[in-house]
Ligand binder design. Structure first.
Ligand SMILES: [Fe+2]
Length: 591
């Protein structure tokens, strides 16, 4: 008899579900990929159903559902927020709504929404983050650092893990939060909270760290792992805004309206914020190393997706080896919830070793694609049984400067496209960044695209002496080739190293491109339109292909050039550019 544990994250940012069977990961998917609602926080019933189907089990065969945070503790924090003396009536009204939404909700929804009657395990949010890293790291022992906006009360935790499980020995509590520090300045810079932090990180290299003193004054470092936000600069406790008028006065310049021009001032603030975040993380990582003595560090939580900070922690920090769970944000919490439930049920560590790929989502057969194409009258080229020719035909088009929508195998779990649902192009062409932005991504011109490189060639092109399969750190470009479409303004790149064992077809494509051009690198960005989740199904890919006007779609064994799309579809005008959401100063909606 197998032990089937379903892990669930929900009700905050990115809902997700995974299946752990006998301590080994079977599948995992974010609800947004299936519902097509970006960052969908609702109970992930579609993802839950996918996990049952992928695992070949029915509801009665589920031994446990593990939930990634404790709603009772979260409720206590929400009530504390509702009692803040300075809070506005509007903020109080909203917090009452959130309290009502938390009260008794989780178990009721799991019972009624999923029809599940068996055992439910509830975890603390940061324990789920910690476990999502350690139990998937392959380390025998490790120090653990989790950093996010907020869980129940904790916003940062420090711990150690080994044969006796995970011990989180220190935490920083809400409202002190490095995640909220970064989000508040993100909002001040005119970007959307919980979406724009990545943009601020991308903006930082354009600036100079002229505002380090101002950023430092927002946070006071304490003993050991502690720090405190200087709350007069933040409004998220009392108002529906992340930052206060005091913060505006500190910088002396009004907040940037969303979508307005980015000035050197904004670059400089972004650079200063990134600098101070790295400074604090490095100090806390040194404390953690001294306390645990481990040579290994595991990280998770949304702040662990800051790949520039990660690179500095690895390069300048005291740990020899670093594992960051690739779905480090809240979606990945379901992995940790399932792993801890496994420990509670069996008394043993899950068998799962170090994650060497993230292709845990839905996959589709070439037969599924053939049926789709037949139904839509698209005349795709059929390469079934001729993978080598499919690769060569794709290389032909990449070498001609075409942009390829690439859909192969099971979808990635986590925020990065890693060659299963990717848009690919020749990184040597300087015009490629603008062209992809104009056709599909419609994103800010300052943000770089990332390179994917054959693992065995990585060291020749990037200052990287180890595998980096999940794009979780940056490194300097040292390539003898000119790679303008994937090189950031400071000469860095967010590299994905590609192993044949993890993804043979994507590695085969890189090999084919190298044979043809001498370049083992491709530009790789996620396969989605701006504001939409990454495509999941062949139909999603076809729709994105038609809407985006990219040149070629390669979906499993089929290849479609734009000319093969029915003319009545091609004549449809592309959708207008979406304005960036006009809620750039908004506080976290489900705080
Ligand atoms: Fe979190």
């Amino acid at each position: 008899m197998s032990l089937n544990i379903l892990g669930i994250s929900a009700h905050y940012h990115d809902a997700a579900c995974c299946l752990l069977r006998d301590g080994e990961l079977v599948c995992a998917v974010e609800e947004e990929r299936l519902s097509r609602v970006k960052h969908d926080p609702r109970l992930p019933w579609r993802a839950f159903r996918f996990c049952l189907e992928q695992g070949g089990i029915t509801l009665p065969e589920v031994d446990c559902v593990a939930y990634y945070e404790d709603p009772a503790k979260k409720l206590a924090r929400q009530i504390w927020m509702g009692l803040q003396p300075g809070s506005s009536p509007e903020a109080r009204r909203k917090i009452h709504g959130r309290i009502a939404a938390t009260l008794g909700r989780v178990e009721r929804e799991i019972r009624e929404g999923l029809g599940y009657e068996g055992r439910i395990e509830i975890l603390d949010h940061h324990l789920a983050h910690a476990a999502s890293s350690f139990y998937y790291s392959g380390f025998d022992d490790a120090a653990i650092l989790t950093v996010d906006g907020v869980g129940e009360w904790a916003t940062t935790t420090f711990g150690r893990a080994g044969g006796r499980g995970i011990e989180l020995f220190e935490e920083v509590r809400f409202p002190n939060s490095l995640g909220f520090l970064y989000s508040a300045v993100t909002a001040y810079l005119g970007f959307e909270v919980n979406e724009g932090e990545y943009k601020v990180m991308g903006l930082a290299p354009y600036g100079k760290p002229r505002y380090i003193d101002q950023i430092r004054s927002l946070v006071t470092l304490g003993e050991e792992g502690q720090y405190r936000l200087n709350l007069e600069y933040f409004d998220f406790l009392e108002q529906e805004r992340m930052f206060s008028d005091r913060l505006v006065a500190l910088f002396g310049i009004p907040p940037r309206p969303a979508e307005s021009e980015l000035l050197p001032f904004h670059h400089d603030v972004a650079r200063s914020l990134q600098w101070v975040l790295e400074e604090i993380l490095l100090e806390k990582v040194r404390f953690l190393h001294g306390k645990t003595g481990s040579r290994n560090l595991c990280m998770a939580g949304g702040v662990a997706l800051n790949c520039v900070a990660n690179a500095r922690i690895l390069r300048e920090g005291p740990f020899s080896d670093l594992f960051i769970q690739p779905a480090a944000g809240d979606a990945g919490g379901c992995l940790g919830a399932a792993a801890v439930a496994h420990v509670r049920l069996t008394g043993e560590r899950p068998r799962q070793g170090r994650l060497d790929h993230m292709y845990w989502g839905p996959g589709y057969s070439s037969r599924d694609v053939a049926e789709l194409l037949a139904a839509t009258s698209c005349r795709g080229l059929d390469f079934r049984g001729r993978t080598g020719e499919l690769i060569e035909a794709t290389v032909d088009r990449l070498a001609e400067g075409k942009i390829i929508g690439w859909f192969q195998g099971r979808m990635e779990f986590g925020p990065r496209a890693l060659g299963a649902r990717s848009i690919l192009a020749d990184p040597r062409r300087p015009e490629m960044r603008d062209r992809i932005n104009a056709l599909v991504k419609m994103r800010e011109a300052f943000r770089p695209f990332a390179p994917a490189v054959l693992a065995e060639r990585a060291a020749a092109h990037f200052d990287l002496d180890h595998r980096s399969p999940f794009m979780l750190e940056t490194s300097q470009v040292i390539s003898p080739l000119d790679l303008p479409a994937v090189t950031h303004v400071d000469g860095s790149a967010r590299v994905q190293t590609v192993d044949r064992q993890a993804t043979s077809r994507f590695a085969g494509l890189l090999e084919g491109f190298e044979r043809r051009t001498g370049c083992p690198v491709l530009l790789n960005t996620s396969f989605n339109m701006r504001g939409e989740p990454i495509v999941c199904t062949p139909a999603d890919a076809l729709l994105c292909f038609v809407h985006s006007q990219i040149d070629t779609l390669v979906v499993e064994d089929f290849l479609l050039d734009r000319e093969q799309v029915p003319s009545r579809w091609r004549e449809l005008s592309p959708p207008p550019r979406r304005p960036e959401a006009a809620i750039s100063h908004q506080v976290y909606t489900l705080l």
